[in-house]
Design a protein around this ligand. Structure first.
Ligand code: AMP
Ligand code: ZN
Length: 458
């Protein structure tokens, strides 16, 4: 049984999906007005880890990640640079997708663009007006009345008695100190350039929050399992999503809300505003590998702040090296494809099931690794231990993806390597050569060293 901390109820809860065996997951995607930084990617890596864990526990996951291609930030940027909104969005969306792929983040099943769903947003806003939860203003904008939803403020613990009834905020982002009626539809202003859509209330554009309600409902239905983001998404974005969605449908919206803590640099949040950020490319240029970056990000619990520094590379490198070394040692033995896992893997899974305790799971894995190396040194591993050990490394890698897949030599190749060694021992050079060519055709190079054959990808 998986348990997750639900930011809405502030409790760890058993995870019971709405439909047995299936999980509908929505994660707020990037605002494509600029490059994403590794702070953003901490959140996307947490979501990837959640998804990989759900898959590993046998769930079928349907994942939607939106692209925010129209909001205050994207419009400001397009006006400032004199470029079309679409052009700005396209550039940063394609860079974002390339970064996701480089970071080995599993792609979502749907990657909807906000600008492709304006009709759905208008439909929801109209329902909210009809039900008395929203009202148009003189300038042809539409606002959501937070007084009209009794549970407003539950996610971010707002003291509603301090709210000034009827006060309004029209920017997408604002502070927890001024919870107010928020904008669903923004009337066109000439600062918006050519960014506008027609609506029953006149030309304009959607507010940021309604975008995610519309896209999640479109692909996951009115009620789904898990919704994620970084902690800064709690207010106002997710608070407003909850209000709009529940008021529009009259149904529950999301069962579990999960938020990851910030990546920080010397106690400040990594952000574009503070200019204290690294992009993925910056880190790759500094010589960090994708696997090292994944290790650094996943070695902290997602609900703890993580202080990033380049010095963390050393520990990550050593840890990955140790896994690779054990993997190499176990690869010297042919596997018999026994399916099980070592007993230690039970605790590893237990740690993951306890609100994704990734650092604890890693600690359990490395304890097992140390023990296994010692037992290898004294020839105490049975064939079954070897098979189970390989399976454990495979399980670890299916979640953390720390090993470069290409260096994990497939068993079929290892069988060929063993056969070739046998042929060489018998001075059957013709056979040994034939096998070498076969191995090469399969994409691997075999090099004979004093310590035995070394296999590397071509
Ligand atoms: P944005 O593109 O600004 O909408 O941000 C994309 C995601 O990154 C959101 O879910 C944010 O909560 C998250 N985020 C932004 N800064 C950080 C940070 N320093 N650490 C972790 N997550 C962050
Ligand atoms: Zn969102």
């Amino acid at each position: 049984m998986l348990r997750f901390y639900n930011s809405l109820t502030k409790n760890k809860e058993n995870f019971i999906p709405i439909k047995k065996g299936k999980v509908k997951l929505y994660t707020c995607g990037p605002t494509v007005y600029d490059y994403a930084h590794i702070g953003n990617f901490r959140t996307f890596l947490f979501e990837d880890f959640l998804k990989r864990t759900l898959i590993s526990f046998g769930y079928e996951v349907f994942h939607v990640m939106n692209i925010t291609d129209v909001d205050d930030k994207t419009i400001n940027k397009s006006v400032k640079e004199g470029k079309k909104l679409n052009d700005i969005a396209e550039i940063y969306t394609s860079i974002f997708k390339k970064d996701l792929e480089n970071l080995k983040i599993l792609p979502p099943d749907v990657f909807p663009l906000a600008t492709d769903h304006i009709d759905k947003m208008i439909e929801i806003i109209q329902i909210l007006i009809n039900k008395g939860h929203a009202y148009p203003t003189n300038d042809n904008s539409v606002f959501f009345s937070i007084d009209s939803f009794k549970d407003y403020g539950k996610l971010s613990n707002i003291d509603m008695s301090k709210v000034i009834t009827g006060s309004r905020v029209s920017s997408d982002e604002y502070k927890l100190e001024n919870p107010s009626d928020f904008v669903l539809w923004k009337a066109y202003k000439k600062e918006d350039g050519d960014v506008k859509w027609s609506s029953p209330w006149g030309d304009g554009r959607p507010g940021w929050h309604i975008e995610c309600s519309a896209m999640s409902m479109q692909y996951l239905g009115d009620h789904f399992d898990i919704h994620c983001g970084g902690v800064d998404n709690k207010f106002p974005h997710h608070e407003n999503e909850i209000a709009q969605s529940i008021c529009a449908t009259g149904k529950p919206f999301v069962n579990i809300w999960m938020h990851s803590e910030f990546l920080i640099i010397n106690s400040d949040k990594m952000s574009k505003t503070l200019k204290n950020y690294y992009r993925l490319d910056d880190l790759l240029k500094e010589g960090l590998s994708v696997e090292e970056i994944r290790y650094i990000m996943l070695s902290a619990h997602y609900r703890s702040k993580l202080n990033f520094s380049l010095e963390k590379q050393h520990e990550a490198k050593m840890a990955i090296q140790r896994i690779l070394e054990l993997n190499d040692r176990l690869d010297q033995f042919v596997s018999t494809e026994e399916k099980g896992l070592p007993v230690e893997a039970e605790n590893f899974k237990l740690a993951l099931s306890d609100d994704l305790d990734s650092p604890k799971a890693l600690a359990i894995f490395f304890d097992w690794l140390r023990k296994t190396n010692r037992r290898l040194d004294s020839n105490k591993l049975s064939q079954s231990d070897i098979d189970k050990g390989k399976n454990f490394i495979y399980l670890l890698d299916s979640l953390y993806s720390l090993l470069n897949k290409k260096t994990m030599v497939p068993d079929e190749i290892l069988v060929l390597v063993k056969e070739r060694e046998r042929a060489r021992k018998n001075n059957d050079w013709e056979k040994s050569d034939k096998i070498r060519i076969q191995i090469s055709k399969d994409g691997w190079i075999i090099k004979d060293t004093p310590n035995g054959p070394k296999i590397t990808p071509k």
